[in-house]
Every structure is written in C-alpha cells, then in structure tokens.
Write a protein that binds this ligand. Structure first.
Ligand SMILES: [Zn+2]
Length: 408
C-alpha cells in the first residue's frame, strides 16, 4: 500500500482546499509583495503572525530576531518529541526593489523578485497550518505537537541566524524538522553543505605614490594574500571549494593604499575537510601578521562573517524515504541530484536532528529579478508537504516505520 493510499483519509478533509490553485498562488503573491530583505523581515513576520492568529494556533509569538512561532497541539504532546516545520521569510532583494509581478501569458508562470525564494515557501507554511487546523477540526489532530516557524536570516550574511535561534529555543522538544523552500519541488535535501566566510582586511601606512614610494601598501599586501589564497589546497573528495568573491580598497591611482579588504567563501561536504581549508587560510593570514610585516606598519585582520555547520542523514533514513514517497504519491518526480545544499536544515542536521528540505513548486531564476514559479504545481506540492508532515508526526509518535512504496 502506498503512502498516499494509507493516509488518503487525512487528505479528504482538506481535499477542496488542496485543489485551490488560485488560493495558493494568491497567497504566494500576497507574501511576495511584502519586502523582506535579510535583517529587515519585520513586516513579513507581522503578516505571518496575523495569519497564525486568525487560524487560532497556540503559543504564537515572535522572538528577538523576528522569528514567528506557532504550535499545533498534538494528541500525545507531553511524552513525545515535536515536529518542526519552517520556512525562511527573508529574501535577497533590497528594500527598494520593484516587486511588481508579471504573469507569462503563454506558460502562466508568475514572475517577480523572491516569488519562489521564499514567498512560495512561506505560503506553503501558512497553508499547511490552515490545512492542519481544518483536519484538527474534523477530528484528525496530529499525534505530536507541530511547531511552525517562519524564520529570518537564511540568505547571504544572515548566516542561518533565525534557524539557529529557533532550534536553540525548541531543541529539547524537537525530534525532526522539515524545511520549506518555495522552489525545487522534487528535490529532497538531507545533507547540509558547510561553509565558512571571512573578511580579510589589510592596513598600511600608505601615502603619496611618488614621494612616499617604498612605504607599505595595503593593496600590495592584500593582493599577495589573495594570490596565496588562490593556491589553497581544496580536496576534490569530499568536495571542497574556495572563492575570493569580493575585493576592494585604495583611494586613488596615485595613492599608496591605506586599506584594502577581500571576502572569502570556503565550502565543504564534510566538517573535517572544511576545518582543513580553514586552517590553511588562517596560516596564510598569520604569515602576514608576522614581525616582517608589522615592522612596516602593516596590520592584517581576519573576521569570520559566516559559519554554516555541516551535517547529514543517510539516504535511507526513514525521513528521506518518506519525503520521496510523498512525492511519488503526489505524482511528482523525485529528483536524484542536489541532495546536498546549504539551507536552514544545516542547523538541525549539525545537531543530530533528522531534517529534510523540500520544495513547494517548480521555479526558475532564483535570486534574479525575473524569478518565477509554476503555480500549476502548487496543489501537488501542498499534497506532498501534507503527506510528509503527517507521516513525520506519526513517525515521531512511534506509529510509522520507513514508508513502503518509497522511491529507492
Ligand atoms: Zn531560500
């Protein structure tokens, strides 16, 4: 018996709701219209909080980083671990971005900044809450507590700060986590790609390019550091990468630079190899902090600007199998690629809490102004999310084993 057949009864109550594509796509657009750049998610957080209040969820609150929390009470809530379902509210688009949307007349796709990443994810979260409350009203309460969190700080230098705060707060109760991304339906991410990011700044006396020639230059020092960084040894397996992504400094062509800086991104599939390339980096920086340089008035500083921990569960973990089975049961293809990514799931995975990151619909052009989603797949995306959530709650209550009919 497939996962869908076994749990078909839970969907009956919500069937009319699940098939409302227009309702779901309107939700995506309503959320997308609220600007929410990383570090300025307040307005979108307030919208989610109001939505949760209208649904009558329990324990609704915001924390100091503007994560919004709500709880759907489970039947055996006191004795069992809870399920966490989360979606990040922040987007990569600055506050002043034009958020106008465009519907493609040929494909019916919806295009607009952040419509997929992560307005559709937040829409999935609040629609799931609505659905679970309807099921609850119809006598199908989840067996364990389900915590819903609309968290901040996932993108860029947000450094997963929202998810970190949410897991820290809920950790003793959380037995598993489902992270929602608006795009990438069909993908099941269960390996967290770790990263470390640094800003390296060189300072030097500098001066006039002609009259002070011979005094140390921050740019000359920094470019030597950058050149050394391009020779970092990155293991091919587990895959490890480095990138000097930004470099700036100096005042004018005829000034010996007093300050210059670069930003470095280091990533690896495994914690050990990540630590290895981090220590290579620190060793390079240390060489430029030696007496030879300080005597010339050179100061080199290194600052950590990002730290995403690694963590993973096995491909045959019941939660991964359930996510795949929920896709298959919703007539969706399981995408085998890209099971490793840097998402909010890094945080629970790094702490040994089983977690998967799944999509709500198909999308394209993430992080571009032309970002788009296919609204036609929203009902199936919601169905797969509902099945997975329901299964995970039952699994935490000890009512489920690894699902049958899973795509292996
Ligand atoms: Zn995202």
């Amino acid at each position: 018996m497939s996962l869908l057949q076994k749990h078909l009864y839970i969907l009956e109550a919500a069937r009319s709701f699940l098939t409302k594509q227009a309702y779901l796509s309107d939700l995506c657009v309503e959320i997308q219209q609220i600007a929410a750049p990383t570090n300025a998610e307040q307005k979108r957080a307030a919208w989610v909080e109001t939505f949760f209040q209208k649904l009558g969820l329990e324990d609704i609150f915001q924390d100091e980083v503007h994560n919004v929390y709500a709880r759907i009470p489970g039947q055996n809530a006191t004795s069992t671990p809870a399920l966490l379902v989360s979606a990040h509210t922040d987007t990569v688009f600055p506050m002043e971005t034009d958020l106008s949307i465009r519907i493609d007349p040929a494909t019916h796709w919806i295009h607009g900044p952040a419509i997929g990443d992560n307005s559709a994810g937040v829409a999935g979260l609040v629609a799931l809450a609505q659905l679970l409350m309807q099921m609850r009203a119809n006598g199908a309460a989840p067996p364990v507590d389900i915590w819903l969190v609309a968290n901040t700080g996932e993108e860029g230098l947000g450094d997963l700060r929202g998810m970190r705060a949410a897991v820290e707060r809920l950790q003793p109760q959380i037995g598993a986590s489902i992270v929602l991304e608006g795009m990438g339906l069909g993908r099941v991410v269960y390996q967290g790609l770790g990263s470390r990011r640094y800003r390296i700044t060189a300072k030097a006396p500098g001066g006039h390019s002609w009259s002070d020639f011979g005094t140390a230059s921050a740019i000359h020092v920094l470019t030597q550091i950058a050149a050394d960084l391009t020779r970092l040894k990155a293991a091919p397996k587990p895959r490890t990468t480095f990138n000097v992504g930004r470099i700036w400094g100096g005042r004018s062509v005829n000034t010996i630079a007093q300050e210059a800086a670069l930003e470095l991104d280091l990533r690896s599939e495994a914690a050990e190899t990540l630590e290895n390339i981090v220590s290579q980096t620190l060793a390079i920086v240390k060489r430029y902090q030696s007496k030879r340089w300080t005597q010339q008035g050179v100061e080199v500083l290194i600052e950590e600007i990002g730290n995403r921990p690694t963590g993973a569960i096995e491909a045959n973990h019941p939660l991964v199998q359930a996510a795949k089975a929920a896709l298959t049961a919703s007539d969706l293809d399981v995408r085998r690629a890209a099971t490793m990514s840097s998402t909010d799931a890094n945080i629970p995975l790094s702490l040994g809490i089983p977690s998967v990151c799944v999509g709500i619909t198909e999308g394209a052009d993430a992080h571009r102004l032309s970002e788009g989603i296919n609204p036609a797949l929203l009902p199936q995306g919601m169905q797969h999310l509902t099945l997975l959530t329901w299964w995970a709650a039952r699994w935490l209550a000890g009512q489920e084993n690894a699902p049958e009919g899973a795509e292996k």
